[in-house]
Ligand binder design. Structure first.
Ligand code: SF4
Length: 473
């Protein structure tokens, strides 16, 4: 049995700050899939086959931003109205075609997420057209339909077109309310503008308004963080995500750090280290829970039941997600797919399709264009991985979702987590402590590493079983 500190963390009187050295990655995952090549004919067949999924989603990617934020490595294409308009025309055409296919029509969609980039930078008419295109897909009653973006440029006209055309959830990247920290991070607008606008939008009778905050930004002192947390309450929003800044290569913050610089504010060059970030996470959790906000995952809290966070929750469960747009990721018929981010290639694929011989025209009219990207074979452990990811992310892994063999197999790891202050074990569940919730991505990564180095014989691991399995320790 191989157990390493990268799996278990280390024993410490202060596990929140010291159980691991640093957050390992934004998300955890493991191999098991391999790239596959799909012939154009098979692609056409995929769209003509009904789905086997019981829950599913649409993901639509809008890869444009007006400005590159210092912490982000998702910036793909600068905004310019003509470029966006050409893209949106193609994208909505493809959505119309896809919506009519047997694959789309065979099962309703639980949730739709329009992400980016900055989707709110599309024009008001384009918001309307996008909403109309989404409404052609079969959606469950009260499906959650999210538009992501930022408040800057999201005027009343866009807001009214969005709410009138099916969007019922809005996710805005605020990151910090502090005007100086925002400027240092390359964000538009000041605190007063953000607070006023969020208060206006949050008065809507049914739409859910959620925001993201990042902790660990340059210049964001612990005092500034406390003010950020209070501003969330004051803004009237219905939900909040707290994300730790990760030093992703290629970001301006990371490039500066490699040269020994901090892109701080005029007032402060403070940048929280991993231990200070752990304290910021804890103060965020305490702040919202003291106000009776409910924790839906390790990083997401809601004020009331209007906020459901269905997409984020289901995406972690490995459901089918039909992806649209350059840079969109998802899965079709169990195959992971990631469309290439290059906009030129994406447009070229559409141009090529439209110039093919007349014999192929009927297929083109019936199915969306196959765009460049990566396809993966079905993950043999998909359902098991989904249980681990969703359980650890939510803070509670229910053990009767696992086979007795798997529970026994993982027992040494679970006991180490308990010894290290990251979790509490009972016969029914592994419940993460506050420290465990802070380090939950490291724990997910550690669990997958544990299974890779200590495989279960005959891989019975992906079968689900019901029953209760005691964990000692
Ligand atoms: S954080 Fe959002 S708006 Fe800023 S560069 Fe990244 S994707 Fe664009």
């Amino acid at each position: 049995m191989i157990l390493t500190p990268t799996m278990t963390g280390i024993a410490s009187p202060a596990p929140l700050q010291h159980a691991f050295k640093v957050k390992s990655a934004p998300h955890a995952g493991r191999g098991g899939s391999r790239p596959v090549f799909l012939e154009p004919q098979q692609w056409q067949q995929w769209w003509q086959q009904p789905s086997q999924a019981t829950e599913r989603a649409l993901y639509i990617h809008i890869p444009f931003c007006r400005k590159r934020c210092t912490f982000c490595n998702f910036f793909e294409n600068g905004t310019n109205p003509e470029r966006i308009s050409r893209y949106m025309q193609r994208l909505t055409e493809q959505l119309h075609i896809a919506a009519d296919t047997p694959l789309s029509q065979s099962q309703p969609f639980n949730t739709v997420y329009v992400g980016g980039g900055t989707p709110t930078d599309i024009s008001s008419d384009e918001v309307k057209q996008l909403g109309e295109a989404i409404s052609r897909f079969p959606l469950v009653d009260n499906a959650e339909v999210t538009l992501e973006g930022r408040l800057n440029g999201f005027d009343d006209d866009k807001w009214h077109n969005a709410t009138a055309n099916g969007f019922n959830r809005f996710s805005f990247g605020v990151q910090s309310f502090d005007t100086q920290v925002r400027q240092a991070a390359g964000r538009f607008d000041d605190k007063d503008f953000l607070l006023n606008r969020l208060q206006q939008l949050s008065r809507h009778p049914s739409a859910s308004i959620v925001i993201d905050l990042i902790f660990g930004l340059p210049g964001q002192t612990l005092d500034v963080w406390q003010q950020d947390l209070q501003a969330v309450i004051d803004s009237g929003v219905h939900g909040v995500d707290l994300y730790q800044l990760i030093g992703l290569s290629g970001t301006r913050i990371e490039n500066a750090r490699e040269k020994g610089k901090i892109l701080g504010t005029a007032l402060s060059e403070f940048q929280a280290d991993s231990q200070a970030r752990a304290n910021m996470y804890a103060s965020g959790a305490h702040h919202f829970e003291a106000q009776n906000w409910q924790r839906l995952s390790s990083c997401h809290w809601r004020r009331d039941s209007r906020e459901r966070s269905i997409y984020n929750s289901l995406a972690k469960s490995g459901i089918e997600i039909l992806p649209f747009g350059a840079g969109a990721g998802g899965s079709i018929h169990g195959h992971g797919c990631m469309n290439a981010r290059d906009l030129k290639q994406w447009h070229q694929a559409h141009d090529d399709m439209h110039s093919t011989e007349a014999t192929a025209i009927s297929a083109i009219a019936l199915n969306p264009v196959q765009v460049p990207g990566m396809l993966m074979s079905p993950n043999p452990s998909a359902s098991l991985d989904a249980i681990f990811k969703r359980g650890l992310d939510s803070g509670k892994l229910t053990l009767n979702l696992l086979t007795p063999e798997m529970c026994m197999h993982l027992q040494p790891l679970f006991i180490e987590w308990q010894n290290n202050g990251l979790a509490e074990c009972s016969a029914q569940a592994l419940t993460l402590t506050l420290a465990g919730r802070f380090w939950n991505v490291n724990m997910q990564t550690g669990l997958f590493e544990f299974l890779a180095k200590n495989p279960l014989p005959a891989q019975t691991s992906n079968q689900l079983a019901h029953g209760t399995h005691a964990i000692a320790g």
